[in-house]
Write a protein that binds this ligand. Structure first.
Ligand code: M7G
Length: 269
């Protein structure tokens, strides 16, 4: 909580993460005299706790302020269940829920309208129906390529998620895949073959966007129950335009999430 002048507290979410090692700084780290506490020793094996100098022990802090109750719930630890959602479940349970409650997507519009993150844009295709903006994701500080993470936000505002996609969107999806790969290779030197390019289902924000992460990075949300590879999505739509309006999709939900309660009430869990 941050306490204002009137003494009232406003909630904030603060996420603290130890940043990955930068390989070129390791020799420095090992050369510097620092506190080393021996934890365990057995034969040729020992473990130490090191206290490196501040410049070699950065912590990344992400702040959401003011944070809504939904943000606070999102970041708390909770029991997780897998939901198998049929197309009917989507229409009867998920869609009405999304329409009533989803997160504000103002940050997405700010990117598209050049009101925020303008200097961070890596690539833009300005076409209103088949274009998008590629920016570094909030989760990536751009200090090292190991945890490379970018997000492509489409200009169209009428596609909520994977569920809305049909063959009509193939030119847009192909642009994101092709131009996204080229732009990342050009700017960061990471080839397309080392990128994991996918959509989340369910996303947190219902405006179509595509995740680009380094294949060696175990990015949160890149597991089978949440990530759908863009190349597979394109192939599925090319084979059957209504693929995502027919098949059941699996996704994880935390037990405290209102959508989980809706599935429970409908007797689907
Ligand atoms: P998602 O699949 O809707 O939800 O992805 P998730 O956050 O549960 O994965 C949205 C993606 O957009 C995530 O990778 C976020 O880290 C990223 N993101 C969220 N916000 C609020 C911002 C932002 O303001 N700027 C940028 N560049 N990325 C954001």
């Amino acid at each position: 909580q941050r306490i204002g002048l009137s003494g009232e507290g406003t909630d904030a979410v603060v996420i603290l993460e130890k940043t990955p090692f930068q390989e070129e700084k390791i020799p420095d780290l090992l050369k510097k005299a620092m506190k080393a506490e021996l934890q365990m020793q057995n034969d040729i094996y020992c473990t130490f706790y090191l206290s490196p100098p501040p410049e070699l022990s950065e912590i990344k802090a992400t702040v959401v302020y003011p944070a809504t109750e939904k943000h606070i719930q999102k970041y708390l630890r909770h029991e997780v269940h897998l939901i198998r959602e049929s197309w009917e479940d989507y229409q009867n349970i998920t869609l009405p829920f999304i329409q009533s409650q989803s997160f504000s997507i103002q940050w997405v519009y700010n990117i598209l309208e050049k009101k925020a993150e303008t200097e961070r844009i890596v690539h833009e295709n300005p076409d209103p129906s088949n274009g998008f903006v590629l920016v570094p994701d909030l989760k990536w500080n751009q200090n090292q390529l190991d945890d490379l993470y970018l997000v492509a936000v489409v200009h169209r505002r009428d596609i909520k998620s994977l569920r809305d996609l049909t063959a009509e969107h193939l030119p847009l999806l192909r642009n994101v895949l092709q131009e996204g790969k080229e732009a990342i290779a050009k700017r960061f030197g990471v080839p397309g073959s080392q990128l994991r390019i996918y959509l989340h289902y369910q996303p947190s924000y219902y405006h179509l966007h595509v995740h680009f992460t380094a294949v060696g990075h175990d990015a949160p949300g890149s597991s089978v129950e949440r990530a759908h590879l863009l190349a597979d999505v394109i192939d599925n739509l090319a084979v059957d335009s209504t693929f995502y309006q027919k098949r059941a999709l699996t996704f994880p939900l935390r037990a405290d999430e209102p959508l989980f309660k809706k599935f429970q009430e409908a007797g689907k869990v």
